[in-house]
Ligand binder design. Structure first.
Ligand SMILES: [Zn+2]
Length: 372
């Protein structure tokens, strides 16, 4: 069974909600039609001619990428230059292109979190804030015996997640009353009689971007025709959302050992660095991709070392002035691990939905930089 392009887009957005994208960014479906069906999806860092050929070979009619193909407003669509010729080639095959960029960077479990996790950083916080995420309290009244099913569907929809704990709820017993009026089809009780039912008040916390999905999932799992529930906006907690992370290593190490660990987790032989290899390192800032602009931010957050790509000469000099070590394994190496996470998420969710659409990870795309 194939899957709709629009559904695959929704599944990507479960991991990387579009709301998390920066205002200047261009994310979402860039080429294609959400109503069409595909049998294969190829996931890659970006779309190149090679990647497109790979999609054709795999019969993957949809390509999901991290870097936008169309970024600036187009005033012409020329087939003799980028991105026009790639759009033309995609259209010729009836292919679709979907982009998850800064929303994937900022997402829980996205690009930034992943690098922090690979380095085993603890007490991680957002390095560059783009906005604040609000939370809501969702309270639902349900007949006893249905609490586990409703709790499960809420958790699957993203409600009740606190740190590394899922299914966080509070439930208290009580008595619900209602009188079914003529024309109703009550789950319990009789039309015209006041009914008293043993119910639970189940409450949980939901981030703003999961609220709609959580309410929908809760209503679908709820046995009542008319569901009694409340949604309260919360003043606290409020979560910073953005790209990059800053956190601590479990134990202090030297810049030399830290770099060796980084090379191992990213699988890179060569990288550039700024700083004394013997200096102690404990607090680490990471910003996968292009993060040279945030050298001062990493230093102001107390980082001893900052890992990012595309660092320029004067940014390296600034780091030196600020006493911040910088390690630049490259844009590609710092971002590419997220491709596997994205592909795994998509394949798992498609299988759960009973779809046989296959998800492939690009094997052709390589770092354009080589070393001599
Ligand atoms: Zn990037």
């Amino acid at each position: 069974m194939s899957a709709k392009v629009g559904r695959i887009a929704q599944l990507v957005e479960e991991l990387a909600p579009r709301k998390l994208a920066e205002d200047w960014d261009r994310v979402g479906l860039q080429v294609g039609d959400p109503r069409e069906e595909v049998t294969g999806v190829l996931v890659a860092l970006e779309l190149t001619e090679e990647v497109l050929d790979e999609a054709v070979e795999q019969s993957a009619e949809m390509v999901v990428v991290h870097h936008p193909l169309i970024f600036k407003g187009l005033s012409a669509l020329r087939y003799d230059s980028n991105p026009g010729y790639l759009v033309q080639k995609m259209a010729a095959h009836g292919f679709h292109l979907y982009v998850a960029h800064t929303n994937l960077d900022a997402a829980v479990g996205g690009t930034g979190d992943l690098l922090a996790k690979k380095l085993a950083l603890e007490e991680t916080e957002v390095l560059v804030e783009s906005h604040r995420q609000r939370f809501y309290k969702l309270v639902v009244f349900l007949p006893q015996g249905h609490e586990d099913e409703i709790r499960d569907s809420l958790a699957r929809a993203g409600a009740g997640w606190i740190g590394n704990y899922s299914h966080c709820t509070f439930q208290a017993p009580g008595t619900g009353t209602f009188k079914p009026l003529p024309g109703t089809d009550p789950f319990v009780g009789k039309v015209g009689q006041v009914e008293k039912v043993s119910e639970y008040r189940l409450e949980t916390i939901v981030p703003e971007d999961r609220l709609k999905a959580a309410v929908k999932a809760m209503k679908e799992a709820h046995p009542y025709e008319e569901v009694a529930y409340d949604v309260y906006p919360l003043a606290e907690p409020e979560k910073l959302v953005g790209s990059g992370r800053v956190g601590r290593l479990k134990e202090e190490t030297t810049l030399r050992d830290f770099i060796a660990r980084l090379q191992e987790v990213l699988g890179v032989k060569h990288l550039r660095y700024v700083g004394d290899l013997n200096r102690p390192v404990r607090k680490v800032g990471v910003l996968p991709g292009s993060g040279g602009d945030f050298v001062a931010r990493a230093a102001s957050r107390g980082a001893d070392v900052y890992v990012t790509g595309d660092v320029k000469y004067h940014q390296a000099r600034l780091a030196e002035d600020l006493g911040l070590a910088v390690v630049d394994p490259g844009h590609y190496a710092t971002e590419t691990p997220v491709i596997e996470v994205l592909a795994h998420h998509l394949q798992t969710r498609l299988r759960e939905e009973g779809s046989e659409a296959r998800v492939y990870i690009s094997r052709k795309l390589k770092d354009p930089f080589q070393f001599l």
